[in-house]
Structures are given as C-alpha cells and as structure tokens.
Design a protein around this ligand. Structure first.
Ligand code: CTP
Ligand code: MG
Length: 238
C-alpha cells in the first residue's frame, strides 16, 4: 500500500542512496541490495514515510538507477528521486536542491540505515523544532578507543566517556543546512560536520541500536536477523 506523507508536516528528508556499497562486496549499488527480499532503500523509505511529521522525501539515487528507483518507490510512498553525485556530500546537495518551498526542517538520512525506527525520525525533528539548529542522534562508544601512529603503535587511550558514535537522521533548520552546503569545501562523511564548520552548535539526542548503518556483510546478516526475530524492527510504529 502506498503511504501518504503529511501535507501539513514541517519535515523534508533527504536520503543519500547513491553509494556503491564497496565494503559490502561485489553486487548492485548498496541501496538496492536485498534485505529480507526487499531493497534496503525500500525498508528505509517505508520507515521515513511512517513518521508523522514527514512532508517530503527526496532520494539521491545512483545515476544509472534513477528510473529503476522511481519505479521501485512509487508503490511505497510519494518520493522525489534525483541523480546522486560521486561523493555523499554531492548527493545530499542534489537532494537538497529538489526540496520544495514549505518544510522548515530538513533531515539527512542514510539509505544504509534501513531499519531506523520512525520514532527516531520524530525525536530528531522535535529537537530541531524546539530550537536546536542542528541535531544528531548518538550512541555511547562501547569499545576502548586507542590512537595509533602509522606503524600501528599505540600513542594513547582516548577517554571514551567524552565520545559518541553518530547516526542519522541528522536534523537541521533548513536555512542552516542550506548555508553550510553553500559554503562547503572538502567532503565530510556527515552533514553536522559541515554545520559545525559554520560555528553552529550541534545538539545530541539518544540514537537507536536499530539505526545501525549496514556497511559490511556482517551488518546485513545482523539486520536480517533483527527483521526475522525482533518485533520492534518489524513494526513501523516503534
Ligand atoms: N552515498 C551517496 N552518494 C555517494 C556515496 C554515498 O548517496 N556518492 C550514500 C550511500 O548510498 C549511503 C550513505 O551515503 O546510503 C552512507 O554511505 P556509505 O554507508 O559509505 O555507503 P556506500 O558509499 O554505498 O558504501 P561504501 O563506502 O562501502 O562504498
Ligand atoms: Mg561510502
């Protein structure tokens, strides 16, 4: 069934989905790899469309797959599909350029975080709405972290109490993200990094184990397991 987006919602979600998925091994672009029989991008978009505040979804697809991605997502939700770029940041910029007038909050969400609960989308959006211009979902770091030199010799141990692992969706006041992208230089792996460079404070909210990024084959196996066994992952209202 095609989901409806909220015409009175204040959130646009940009979905960079144009990556190759090199670390997942040979095969189709990562967003089109199958998880429980459906492409990762379908899982991701279905969960975004289930978030109550979402007004617009713009997907940046691999250039050769734009038409295929449009066909794939048409039965899932009303989504705009644009060609992505060679770097993630270019894909995000292409999607940002396609957001219509209206939504005041823009979220950027990796297609690779295919099982992200709608509730996390809403909690990031709510933090932006409450006055934070830039918001990231984070988890505490569980491993001990060492800094090493080029010869793999340990230089020191980093105090992990001050570290956070960052997920998506990352949320922004629209004008703040637009200004950061307009000023962007070198490619970074996250959008909050661009905003930080502009001197904008970035606020952290609790992330979710279910928002794991599917990067390596192990992650795909874990996601398969979660979908098969974890009710919270299977339902869209979590
Ligand atoms: N992405 C994108 N455009 C790019 C590169 C990445 O839209 N040129 C997207 C990916 O599709 C993914 C997200 O950014 O949803 C996070 O990137 P990552 O997990 O690194 O995915 P890939 O780049 O596809 O994977 P790899 O780095 O292993 O090739
Ligand atoms: Mg990548």
């Amino acid at each position: 069934m095609t989901a409806q987006l909220n015409p009175r919602g204040d959130v646009a979600v940009l979905v960079p989905a144009a990556g190759a998925g090199v670390r997942l091994g040979p095969g189709r672009p990562k967003a089109l790899r199958l998880l429980a029989g459906e492409p990762l991008l379908v899982h991701a978009v279905r969960r975004l469309a289930a978030a109550a505040s979402v007004h617009t979804i713009v997907v940046a697809a691999p250039i050769a797959e734009v038409a295929a991605v449009r066909d794939l997502l048409a039965p899932i939700a009303p989504v705009t599909v644009v060609p992505g770029g060679a770097e993630r940041q270019e894909s995000v910029a292409a999607a940002l350029a396609a957001v219509p007038v209206g939504p005041d909050i823009v979220l950027v969400h990796d297609a690779a975080r295919a099982l992200t609960p709608p509730a996390l989308v809403e909690s990031v959006a709510a933090a932006v709405r409450s006055g934070h211009d830039a918001v990231i979902p984070v988890l505490p770091v569980v491993d001990t972290i060492k800094e090493v030199d080029a010869d793999e010799l340990v230089l020191g141990t980093v105090d992990r109490r001050a570290l956070r692992a960052v997920q998506t969706p990352q949320g922004f006041r629209r004008s703040v993200l637009a200004a950061a992208h307009a000023a962007a230089g070198d490619a970074l792996t996250d959008d909050a990094g661009l905003v930080e460079k502009q001197g904008v404070p970035v606020f952290c909210v609790p992330g979710s184990d279910h928002a794991l990024k599917i990067t390596r084959p192990f992650d795909l196996a874990l996601a398969e397991h979660l979908l098969a066994t974890d009710l919270r992952t299977r339902t869209l209202d979590s």
